[in-house]
Design a protein around this ligand. Structure first.
Ligand code: ASP
Length: 295
């Protein structure tokens, strides 16, 4: 299983690399890299996303362009094959930033994006997972809305810097397993799960979304760089390794700054992650070993 994750992360990194190396934009690289992971059953995004309490899949995604701080985000998507492409269509082809549910699906149709049955996203692993969570809940009379056995968080994201000096970031997810009542996480909230600004950095987060929303995590990291002159690593450490830990909020961020410094900071047990630079040596990692070398 680990090999499958490593191979898929390598494929995703190489996809992004090839786009950037051929003169593509950071936005293109982010969308297409996330695409590779949405289509893989390994991650909590697209096929293989976690299931809601009603045993459906509801997807959230966002993408942001650092050069003009324009963004597109979608939430509660059930039938659009690629939520990240829909988020990009919101960014580029609408006057809005965020679309939800049926309206967003209607917009997807108008944009000619591929629609699928909700079942398209189901995998046996996730069906078993939701049934187990619900069985435990019944036994314990515990109505806490989520219970995860893996604290690795499988949301997918990407941050990129292109040849033109532009940054972009995107994130795609099924959210938290067993979510109810139209719950929306941090992923489609700009400044919480995703943020990009050419003045500072591009960031994508994974973790317990409620904490990331309340702490406006990705914007906080960017703001610390912009207003307090912190480095990307210092800012991420303050937010992820201090603030969130104080609150018992689990998760992490991946990011790149305008000078190409890369961070992958998390306070959870693991975070599947990787990076690739213009030297084309992809690096991936899964468990602790919190900091990767600065580029
Ligand atoms: N951050 C996502 C959410 O709360 C979940 C995850 O990262 O796995 O919706």
């Amino acid at each position: 299983q680990e090999k499958a994750y490593i191979d898929k992360l390598m494929e995703a990194l190489e996809t992004g690399y090839n786009i950037l190396n051929n003169g593509g934009t950071a936005l293109d690289a982010v969308e297409k890299t996330i695409h590779v992971m949405e289509e893989s059953p390994l991650f909590n995004a697209g096929v293989g996303a976690v299931m809601t309490n009603a045993e459906t899949v509801e997807l959230d995604a966002s993408i942001m362009n650092g050069s003009d701080i324009n963004a597109g985000t979608v939430a509660g998507i059930k039938h659009v094959k690629s939520p990240i492409s829909l988020a990009r269509a919101v960014l580029e082809n609408s006057k809005h930033v965020m679309m939800i549910g049926e309206g967003a699906e209607k917009f997807a149709e108008e944009q000619g994006l591929e629609k699928v049955e909700n079942k398209y996203f189901f995998t046996p692993r996730r069906v078993n997972e939701i049934r187990e969570i619900k069985a435990k809940e019944r036994n314990k009379f515990d109505l806490s809305f989520t219970e995860r056995d893996d604290l690795k968080f499988g949301t997918v994201g990407c941050a990129a810097l292109d040849k033109y000096g532009n940054l972009a970031a995107g994130t795609s997810t099924g959210g938290m397993a067993n979510k109810r009542w139209g719950r929306v996480g941090d992923v489609p909230i700009i400044g919480a799960g995703t943020y990009a600004n050419n003045k500072t950095c591009a960031l994508s987060a994974t973790g317990h979304g409620e904490y990331f929303i309340r702490n406006v995590v990705t914007h906080d990291i960017s703001a610390r760089m912009e207003y307090a002159g912190q480095s990307l690593q210092q800012a991420a450490d303050e937010v992820i390794m201090k603030r969130l830990i104080e609150q018992k909020g689990q998760g992490g961020v991946i990011g790149i700054d305008k000078n190409g410094n890369i961070i992958m900071t998390f306070n959870s047990e693991g975070m599947f992650r990787g990076y690739i630079t213009d030297k084309k040596e992809p690096t991936v990692a899964m468990y602790s070993e919190n900091k990767l070398n600065q580029n």
